[in-house]
Design a protein around this ligand. Structure first.
Ligand SMILES: [Zn+2]
Length: 263
């Protein structure tokens, strides 16, 4: 596989002047004609952060132009503008009033996201695809994406298997509220299987799962940390989110990947 790729790369690099890639970049029309990817408003999903204890939109300093939204007509007006401009999909993130060790507001049938889904579906029906993030970090008082457990040796971990049960429970309450797509973001092993089985068991085989299958251990998430007014617990500071994001260093280095990265 790697050998074939290096032959392709060599023929690409050394066929000059027969091969002049600049020809296909020479004008806007030609670039558009050969573009492999075209982006339309339908391709975009707008993240929307809904906060339980506010009545007015609240600016997010680290993401200029973005707001935390209250669950009222102001949110409806904003989503209406999106739909009119051709953006027909949104993904919801919740900021609840009540947080606890187990993130119980995430799977409360009267939780902020469950109510928001019902509110938006009543207003927009099939004109809008409603997705909802499935994770516990917005809902736990320690800010981690799952249940924190103390090991016999005194270390703390985010416990994978008890956490995915709660993701599944959360996804079912979203489905009961009318969500179209659930989006697990906690990077727990087995999360998609657990959610799929729970949804199917509850009769929601049509609900789509969109997992953030590749989420990297990266500081690019910095601005998002301001979204939820949470401090990653100092008490359990030894637990790190870095163990769940994928490594930035790829397993196999393809010359094509490197070339794309460098051009
Ligand atoms: Zn999370």
């Amino acid at each position: 596989m790697v050998a074939t790729e290096s032959i392709r790369l060599r023929s690409y690099l050394f066929n000059y002047p027969v091969n002049r890639p600049r020809r296909l970049r020479s004008s806007v029309l030609i670039r558009n004609m050969v573009a492999e990817t075209m982006l339309r408003p339908d391709d975009f999903v707008m993240p929307i952060f809904v906060r339980e204890d506010i009545n007015e939109p609240e600016p997010i300093k680290s993401l200029p132009g973005q707001y935390r939204w209250p669950l009222n007509d102001k949110l409806i007006n904003f989503v209406d503008q999106l739909v009119s401009s051709g953006i027909r999909s949104i993904i919801l993130f919740g900021i609840p009033e009540h947080k606890d060790e187990w993130g119980s507001s995430a799977y409360d049938e009267h939780g902020i996201i469950q109510r928001t889904i019902r509110f938006l579906k009543d207003s927009f029906e099939d004109r809008l695809v409603v997705m909802a993030d499935v994770c516990l970090c917005e809902y736990t008082d320690h800010g981690h994406c799952g249940i924190v457990k103390k090991l016999p040796d005194g270390r703390y971990i985010v416990d994978n298997d008890s956490t995915i049960e709660l993701y599944a429970k959360t996804a079912v309450t979203y489905a009961e509220s009318g969500v179209d797509v659930v989006a697990p973001s906690g990077m727990m092993d087995g999360q998609v299987k657990a959610i799929r089985e729970a949804l199917d068991r509850a009769g929601f085989s049509d609900v789509v799962i969109m997992a953030y299958s590749a989420k990297y251990a990266s500081s690019f998430y910095g601005p998002f940390r301001e979204l939820q007014p949470v401090r990653l617990s100092l008490v359990i500071g030894v637990v790190t989110k870095w163990t769940r994001g994928m490594r930035m260093r790829p397993l196999r280095r393809s010359p094509w990947t490197l070339m794309r990265a460098l051009t």
